[in-house]
Design a protein around this ligand. Structure first.
Ligand code: PLP
Length: 382
């Protein structure tokens, strides 16, 4: 559990606390769910905004040996922080011409198309060595991966599987957040039919949502991202994962306005009565969605403080009339994400998904990383 986020004196407008112990617990939870399938860590987009280097390090300590990022640039940045024997994969594959840089770094591309597969094979021939990679098949999402006709073409390409060492063949679910959806079973059937055209290889199919689906989806390597970061991968189900993120915003100014006074850009809110307002120093430049203007809230203790008017770039305005006068002062912190308001609540109010809330978390927050020992200390102080 995470204590209040702005306990440390600092000069930032908001405080982001990332509980690495909760990430450890979530990795162990997913590993237990899908055992004996091994579990990778998806740390693309800077580990969904939480810091790929820190996150990958704790995952490695928990026994994770396989890491996925989206771009080669992310892989090259992360590689030096991983244990020597960890495997690092680039989900989007490679841009034409990037193959030699990828191979030199010891990073494995996911080959998503005939072009990517042939370019990687050509490098293997040029370097006179067998180069490892993953192979992705499009089993029905139409995003990345070989389409069915190309799976057959690749299977018939002379020497390909001698020149390229395919470690895993993978695919990705379009409807993993609804584990019971018929589309998932259809994708699995298509994936298995297509993979059967290739030499026998371990298979990887499941993201976080897939980890919560039936064991037949788990295969040779499960690839969770979201679940590690504590957000619920399954829609409309209780969330069994440990909360990882706590976000607080600091109060800058408090005022009382008479009835009929307009608030914020565009004066989209007019106070119906005498209203006490608090301006807090988090805005859309911090990744706090502008869509939350007039819809979202912050919390002070158990009290919900609605966001009134539009969210500005660096601040937003809360209606704090529900608090007794003087209860909230400049410098105090209000909760944006925490025990009273989950990532799921924020995403719902903003009309988006938890992935977008996480990956948008701003760069200006004072960041604190907790791990086992410090978490305990905070709990004792709480
Ligand atoms: C992002 C991604 C994942 C992780 O997805 P989550 O839903 O965050 O678990 C797994 N596999 C692929 C191919 C991805 O692009």
């Amino acid at each position: 559990m995470i204590g209040a986020g702005c306990e440390v004196a600092d000069d930032a407008g908001g405080c982001l606390v990332i509980d690495l112990a909760a990430i450890r617990a979530n990795y162990a939870f997913v590993a237990g769910l899908v055992a004996p399938s091994p579990v990778a860590g998806v740390v693309k987009a800077d580990a969904y905004g939480l810091g790929a280097v820190r996150v990958a390090r704790v995952l490695a300590e928990e026994g994770c040996g396989d890491f996925f990022v989206a771009h080669l640039s992310e892989a090259l940045h992360l590689k030096p922080s991983l244990p020597q024997d960890a495997r690092l994969y680039v989900l989007n594959g490679l841009q034409p011409g990037a193959e030699a840089r990828c191979a030199a770094a010891g990073v494995l591309p996911v080959l998503n198309s005939m072009e990517q597969a042939m370019a990687w094979r050509d490098l293997a021939l040029a370097e006179r060595r067998r180069l490892p990679a993953l192979l992705q098949i499009d089993s029905g999402m139409s995003r990345l991966g070989l389409p069915p006709e190309d799976v057959a073409r690749l299977a018939e390409t002379p020497g390909f599987f001698d020149q390229v060492e395919i470690k895993l063949v993978m695919s990705h679910l379009a409807c993993a957040d609804a584990p019971e959806a018929a589309a998932n079973g259809e994708q699995l059937a298509r994936f298995e039919r297509l993979a059967a055209m290739l030499p026998p290889l371990p298979r990887s199919f499941a993201n976080s949502g897939g980890a919560f689906a039936a064991p037949k989806f788990h295969g040779g390597l499960v690839r969770p991202g979201l679940a590690l970061y504590g957000a619920n991968p399954v829609e409309d189900a209780p969330n069994p994962l440990a909360r990882v993120v706590r976000l607080d915003a600091r109060v800058i100014q408090i005022r009382t306005i008479p009835a009929g006074t307009g608030v914020g850009y565009g004066l989209t809110f007019t106070a119906p009565d005498v209203t006490r307002l608090a301006t807090v120093s988090v805005g859309y430049a911090d990744g706090w969605p502008r869509q939350l203007g007039g819809r979202g809230a912050a919390y002070f203790g158990d009290v919900r403080l609605p966001i009134v008017g539009r969210v500005s770039m660096d601040s937003m305005i809360l209606d704090v009339t529900a608090l007794t006068d003087g209860a909230l002062k400049p410098g105090d912190a209000v909760e944006l994400i925490g025990p009273h308001q989950s990532l799921e609540d924020v995403a719902r109010d903003a009309g988006t998904i938890t992935y977008e809330i996480l990956t948008s978390l701003g760069r200006r927050y004072a960041r604190t990383y907790l791990d086992e020992a410090q978490t305990t200390a905070l709990e004792i102080n709480a």
